[in-house]
Design a protein around this ligand. Structure first.
Ligand code: ADP
Ligand code: TRP
Length: 321
C-alpha cells in the first residue's frame, strides 16, 4: 500500500501539524511504502516572498528529519523537483467541474476572511489531486481540514478513469479523529494563519510564554470542569504521560484542576518531548548540504514513479502523437 502526504512550507511548523500530520506519517515508515513531500507549489498561493519560501522549504525538511523521518525508509522530496505534477494538474484541470471547486470550504473560508483570491487558491485542490494521483497513492493521512480536498481527488480520479479508462488508483483519506483538530492558544484550530500556534522548536522562554498564554475559563480551581472542552487539556493529553493524563482528567471532573499548575507541567512535557529532536534539528541546521542531498535523492525516486504515470496519461489523453 502506498501512503502519501504533503505539508506546505508556509511558516514554522507547530504541534498541530506534528500531531495531525507529521507523527502519523512518521509512524507509517516501517509498515508501508511511504511518500512524504514538501508542497512548495501550493505554498505559492499564499507566500509571495521568494527568499522566505526557499528558506522555509529547507527548514520544514530538517524538521521532518529531526522528528524521526528516515529518508532511507521512505521517499522524501520537494514537490517542485518533480515538474510532471504541474503537467498532470493542467490535464486534470480540464476535466474538473467549476462547481466542484466552488464548493470547497477551504477556498470559501479564505474568501470569507477577506483574502482576495488568486486563481492558484481556486485551483489548489486540483494540484493536490495531481500530487495524490501522480504517485498512485492508496492512502492519504491528513488533518480534518483537508478531508474535502481528498474527496475532490477521488472525484477527479473517477472521472478521468471513466473517460479515458482505468489509469489512477482511487485514494482514500485517513483522518485520525483523536487528533483531528488540535486547538490553538486561543481555542480556535491551531493554525499558522491565526497567530495562535505553539511551534515545535521554540526556545524555552518563548515556549513558556506561549503555553502560559493558553486561554482558559475562569472556573475556580475546586469546581468541576469539562476536560473535553478545555483547550489546555486537549493539548496536555497528547504530551503528558498517560497516568498523569488520567489523574488530571479526574481533577477536571471532580474539581481541583489548577490551570496554572497544568500549564507549568505542560511546558516541561513539551520541552522534554521534543528534546532529542531539537538537538538533531540544531545539528541539521549546521549541515544544509546533507538536507539538500537527501531531497535530491528523494526527488529522483519520486520522479521515477511520476514518469510512469504521466507517460500513460499523455497517451490516454492524446498529447503524444
Ligand atoms: P496551518 O493551518 O497551520 O496552515 P496546514 O494547513 O499547512 O496548517 O496543515 C498541514 C497539515 O497539518 C495538514 O495535514 C493539516 O490537516 C494538519 N494540521 C494543521 N493544523 C492542525 C491542527 N490544529 N490539528 C490537527 N492537524 C492540523
Ligand atoms: N493541502 C495540504 C495542506 O495544506 C497539503 C497538500 C498538498 C497535500 N498536496 C497534498 C496533502 C497531497 C496530502 C496529499 O495540508
Amino acid at each position: 500500500m502506498r501512503v502519501l502526504s504533503g505539508i506546505q512550507p508556509s511558516g514554522t511548523l507547530h504541534i498541530g501539524n506534528y500531531l495531525g500530520m507529521m507523527k502519523p506519517m512518521i509512524s507509517y515508515m516501517n509498515r508501508e511504502s511511504l511518500f512524504v513531500f514538501i508542497v512548495n507549489l501550493h505554498a505559492l498561493t499564499s507566500v509571495i516572498n521568494g527568499k522566505r519560501l526557499s528558506e522555509d522549504t529547507l527548514d520544514v525538511a530538517s524538521d521532518f528529519l529531526a522528528l524521526g523521518l528516515d529518508p532511507d525508509r521512505c521517499v522524501f522530496w520537494v514537490q517542485s523537483d518533480v515538474p510532471e505534477v504541474v503537467e498532470l494538474c493542467w490535464i486534470l484541470t480540464c476535466i474538473t467541474p467549476m462547481g466542484l471547486l466552488e464548493r470547497c470550504h477551504s477556498y470559501k473560508d479564505k474568501i470569507a476572511r477577506g483574502i482576495s483570491p488568486n486563481h492558484g487558491l481556486f485551483a489548489y485542490p486540483v494540484l493536490m489531486a495531481a500530487d495524490i494521483l501522480l504517485y498512485q497513492s492508496d492512502l492519504v493521512p491528513v488533518g480534518k481540514d483537508q478531508k474535502q480536498h481528498i474527496e475532490v481527488a477521488r472525484d477527479v480520479a473517477m472521472k478521468f478513469n471513466n473517460i479515458y479508462g482505468e489509469t489512477f488508483v482511487i485514494p482514500e483519506g485517513e483522518i485520525n479523529e483523536e487528533v483531528a483538530t488540535i486547538p490553538g492558544t486561543d481555542g480556535q484550530k491551531m493554525s499558522k494563519s491565526y497567530d495562535n500556534t505553539i511551534e515545535i522548536f521554540l526556545d524555552q522562554k518563548t515556549l513558556k510564554k506561549k503555553v502560559m498564554g493558553i486561554k482558559t475559563d475562569s472556573t475556580p480551581v475546586d469546581k468541576p470542569k469539562d476536560p473535553n472542552t478545555c483547550n489546555l487539556f486537549q493539548i496536555y493529553r497528547h504530551f503528558a504521560p498517560i497516568d498523569r493524563v488520567a489523574e488530571v482528567q479526574r481533577l477536571y471532573i471532580e474539581g481541583g484542576a489548577a490551570y496554572g499548575t497544568i500549564k507549568k507541567e505542560l511546558v516541561g512535557f513539551l520541552w522534554d518531548f521534543f528534546g532529542e529532536s531539537r538537538q538533531e534539528k540544531n545539528r541539521l541546521a549546521r549541515d544544509p548540504g546533507y538536507v539538500r542531498e537527501v531531497l535530491a535523492t528523494g526527488a529522483h525516486k519520486a520522479r521515477t514513479v511520476a514518469m510512469e504515470t504521466i507517460d500513460t496519461v499523455r497517451q490516454r489523453v492524446g498529447i503524444r502523437y
